[in-house]
Design a protein around this ligand. Structure first.
Ligand code: ZN
Length: 336
């Protein structure tokens, strides 16, 4: 499969507001951490990979704080993450965007989908959905939604229930945009990918029952607004990609290129996280932390100051190519 031609950017339906970070630069990448705690060795891999890929391509690298899920955010964590990145000599090439300040833009996107019949209110409780389908999915996912509240002509609507959340009507999106059942894309490291979102996830939530914006909607709106052309992020987020591409199609937004970096695994074989013992980066030794992250990406260790190390890794990144990355970085696992 020719990865370079697998994703054709969709034309915009309507002019979008001029983004703060608009640029003529062909490549715009981003690092988008959730401020649920400080960076650890796993999240630094995604930060470094996205930074190197942007710089290796002569592009811009933007930082976005994904604090849309406010109950999970820890006060001060965003500032700490930015401080950690600065300690590693990685600075956003534009203003840092915070999702908690973007509610109006998310509402505008939802309104557009409602107007075009591609979003509908759902009155189901979590228990009702889980009772209908109990399969649990990974991060940022929920039980498969069986389409209970889908409106006519696709279903029977709320049937007297009060609206709780808003969902994307995948069938309506597919009909209006003539999409195939399977969403296909090509990951720069993982190769061809596909997912049938309708059967594997169902009509997913855009605005949650608690009033918070869903991760998928916020990411898609912000990636487009920031002009992101390349998304380099951890492989744990790979299974969000098909949903995000569907939303891009629905909103008439371009689809960026995707590359998912190898995860750092904890001793139990699970993705490294705060829950299984990930330690915050040691700010006193940024080169040590960066060397571990670089090793995970197949790059050699450096002993020079951090800015020079980043320059050398950037050159190495070009030579190495993402296809050379280890599927599961053992180097960093051993270093933990
Ligand atoms: Zn429902």
């Amino acid at each position: 499969m020719d990865c370079s031609s697998s994703i054709a950017p969709a034309p915009a339906l309507a002019p979008t507001p001029e983004p703060a970070c608009a640029s003529a630069t062909a490549y715009v990448g981003r690092f988008a951490p959730s401020p649920t705690g400080p960076l650890h060795s796993g999240s630094l891999v995604a930060a470094l990979a996205s930074w190197l890929d942007a710089k290796a391509n002569g592009g811009q690298w933007l930082v976005r704080i994904e604090d849309v899920d406010t109950p999970r955010c820890i006060p001060g964590a965003a500032e700490l993450i930015l401080q950690q990145l600065a300690q590693c000599a990685m600075h956003s090439d534009g203003p840092v965007l915070r999702q908690s300040e973007r509610s109006a833009q998310y509402q505008a996107a939802l309104d557009a989908l409602i107007t075009q019949g591609m979003a509908y209110p759902c009155g189901c409780s979590r228990k009702e959905i889980e009772a209908a389908q109990s399969k649990q999915l990974a991060r940022h996912s929920a039980a498969i939604y069986p389409g209970t509240c889908r409106p006519s002509p696709y279903g029977k609507g709320l049937q007297g229930k009060a609206a709780r959340a808003w969902r994307l009507n995948i069938q309506a999106v597919s009909d209006q945009h003539h999409l195939l059942a399977k969403t296909e894309w090509c990951d720069a490291r993982l190769g061809p990918q596909q997912e049938n979102v309708a059967t594997e996830i169902g009509d997913f939530v855009l605005r949650r029952a608690d009033g918070l914006w869903a991760y998928q909607l916020a990411v898609v709106v912000d990636d487009a607004w920031q002009g992101i052309t390349h998304v380099v992020r951890g492989a744990d987020l790979c299974d969000n990609t098909a949903r995000q591409i569907l939303l891009q199609r629905a909103l008439g937004l371009p689809t960026p290129h995707y590359c998912h970096t190898p995860l750092v695994l904890a001793a139990d074989g699970e993705k490294l996280s705060k829950q299984n013992g990930a330690q915050a980066l040691d700010l006193a030794h940024p080169l040590r932390a960066l060397n571990a992250a670089a090793a995970h990406l197949g790059l050699s260790a450096k002993t020079c100051p951090v800015p020079q190390a980043l320059l050398q890794w950037t050159a190495q990144w070009v030579a190495l190519g993402s296809s050379q990355w280890p599927a599961h970085g053992s180097a960093l696992r051993q270093a933990l």
